[in-house]
Design a protein around this ligand. Structure first.
Ligand code: UTP
Length: 293
């Protein structure tokens, strides 16, 4: 069975990126020449996804505008001889069908994914976090690998993971692997553990494949002390019900760029800009000059 539906939750408040996110979604911040969410849509399209549901919230309408066809802009570019820029807008013609729904209150990622229940039509589906780009040097096929692992292992959930330094485990959901292999069964997972309580340093990396059984698990997962339903806790419930959860490691050249805080957003922007095929070299020279002073 091939999986054709993906959900991109983009309803979060993005408070760690204020004031940049006061009136624009963090998922629309540019990394190099493109907004973050465009990288994600292109990644999903390459992996065979045909329908994308954005779970949006207040102040997120620029995401809809971005993926809407804009015949006036296309005509203007043609008439003014800027045909080369049309290529940059290729995503408008990808053939991906975009749908939108609203998470009314920001009650956590689990609650946002629950908003996709009707969209998924009881089929397995992909979840791709709207604030994480995977891979820079080469397009990442991680979603295809997750789908393959999900199907061959007859799993209820497949999760992309990446190795993080021990002092950073408290920022992520951390999994406990059954084996030290690239694809492995997960025997436990814990949201933002203290370093001495972390079962490994394999962090959940913003890409998942789920069976529809996830929705029941989310409904049975309580709110945490911040009034949020954590997706990691819902996956834990699936595990406790005896469902199989598999992890797939991201290779080193398919790094996850999480732009949820300024430190990683700045690093990500600089890395992408410095390697831009057109502007990268000049920027590198400029940065070298800056370091001389
Ligand atoms: P984060 O965990 O980074 O939360 O969301 P946030 O609310 O966006 O940011 P901070 O913590 O206030 O800075 C990870 C992804 O899940 C989505 C976000 O839009 C982001 O893409 N999300 C998060 C939702 O869709 N709804 C939520 O209630 C929370």
């Amino acid at each position: 069975m091939s999986i054709r539906n993906a959900v991109i939750p983009v309803a979060g408040l993005g408070t760690r990126l204020l004031p940049a996110t006061k009136s624009q979604p963090k998922e629309m911040l540019a990394v190099g020449k493109k907004p973050i969410v465009q990288y994600i849509v292109e990644e999903l399209h390459r992996c065979g996804i045909e329908r994308v549901l954005f779970v949006t919230g207040r102040g997120k309408s620029s995401i809809e505008d971005h993926f809407d066809e804009d015949p006036d802009l296309i005509r203007t570019l043609r008439e003014t001889g800027k045909e080369d820029l049309l290529e940059e807008l290729e995503y408008e013609r990808l053939g991906v069908h975009f749908l939108y729904t609203r998470q009314r209150q920001q009650r956590g990622l689990g609650d946002a994914v629950l908003c996709a229940e009707h969209f998924t039509e009881n089929e397995p589906f992909v979840v791709a976090l709207g604030d994480s780009i995977i891979g820079r040097h080469k397009p990442s096929p991680i979603v295809s690998r997750l789908i393959e692992a999900f199907e061959t292992h007859n799993a209820a959930c497949a999760i992309a993971v990446e190795t993080v330094p021990t002092d950073q485990v408290s920022m992520y959901g951390i999994v406990k692997p059954a084996t030290n292999t690239d694809v492995f069964e997960i025997t436990d997972l814990i949201e933002k553990p203290k370093p001495d309580e972390a079962p490994s340093n394999l962090a959940i990396a913003g890409r998942y494949v789920f069976a529809p059984a996830l929705f029941d698990a989310i409904k049975r997962t309580g709110f945490d002390h911040r009034g949020e339903i954590q997706l990691t806790n819902a996956i834990r419930l699936m595990l406790q019900k005896g469902m199989k959860i598999v992890g797939v490691k991201l290779p080193a050249d398919e790094k996850r760029y999480d732009i949820g805080n300024f430190e990683s957003y700045f690093e990500t922007f600089v890395e992408f800009a410095l390697t831009d095929p057109v502007y990268g070299e000049k920027l590198r020279q400029h940065v070298k000059e800056l370091f001389k002073n």
